[in-house]
Design a protein around this ligand. Structure first.
Ligand SMILES: C[S@@+](CC[C@H](N)C(=O)[O-])C[C@H]1O[C@@H](n2cnc3c(N)ncnc32)[C@H](O)[C@@H]1O
Length: 207
């Protein structure tokens, strides 16, 4: 079955995320800023980079290698065009749930709202395998909202295609899974969103 993200134009996705009912782009960028400030990585990978939300928060004086990964080639093209000025930007079109990533590891992997769509099997293995020795992974998960409000409350039609491919992930369960693979939770935080939703972020250090 084709990944439904391949059928969603970037303008629809960003319109949905910026809509009054959803308003998630800025909180996601703020969480990314927070982890950048805490870790000050020399290299970073954004998994599910979409249109590059948060890339403008990177300090190129500190972070010299910036890897963006997404399964949608048109999103990758848009990021390449929007951020052509960003030194050290490296973009890869990969389905993280279907193929093993063969990229050099980075000091910080940031995976925000990806596992809900790509699952926690190969995508989680890929994400953890990208973390360099002594590095970290920050994971952002959506917290439950009132029934049916998890995807699609902006009214943008194409977004409905994601509904049957979206699965909330329990942060506690994820913490156990990541810990079992040799990582330690060093920080966690929650942010309240419009419509009764929330975001959880955990930062895990490779032991
Ligand atoms: C909700 S958006 C991510 C939001 C973004 N990380 C942020 O902080 O604003 C999910 C992204 O993951 C990408 N994606 C979904 N499934 C994927 C997969 N199997 N492999 C790679 N990328 C995937 C989608 O194309 C989309 O760009």
């Amino acid at each position: 079955m084709q990944n439904p993200w391949l059928e969603i134009p970037l303008a629809d996705y960003e319109g949905h995320m910026a809509s009054e009912a959803v308003r998630q782009l800025e909180p996601l960028a703020v969480l990314f800023s927070e982890v950048l400030a805490r870790r000050q990585p020399e290299s970073v990978a954004l998994l599910g980079v979409a249109g590059g939300n948060g890339l403008d928060r990177i300090d190129c004086g500190t972070t010299h290698r910036i890897v963006g990964v997404d399964c949608n080639p048109s999103y990758i093209d848009a990021v390449r065009e929007r951020f052509s000025h960003l030194r050290g930007l490296e973009l890869h079109c990969v389905d993280l749930a279907a193929a093993r990533v063969e990229l050099g590891p980075v000091e910080l992997v940031h995976a925000a709202l990806v596992f809900e769509h790509a699952g926690t099997k190969l995508c989680l293995e890929n994400s953890l395998s990208l973390v360099a020795a002594g590095g970290a992974i920050s994971i952002v998960l959506q917290l439950p909202a009132t029934a049916d409000a998890n995807v699609g409350s902006s009214g943008i039609a194409s977004i409905q295609k994601l509904k049957n491919h979206f699965h909330l992930i329990d942060p506690e369960w994820l913490c156990d899974e990541v810990a079992r693979r040799g990582f330690e939770l060093s920080f966690e935080t929650c942010v309240a969103l419009a419509g009764g939703k929330g975001l959880w972020m955990g930062i895990f250090l490779r032991l």
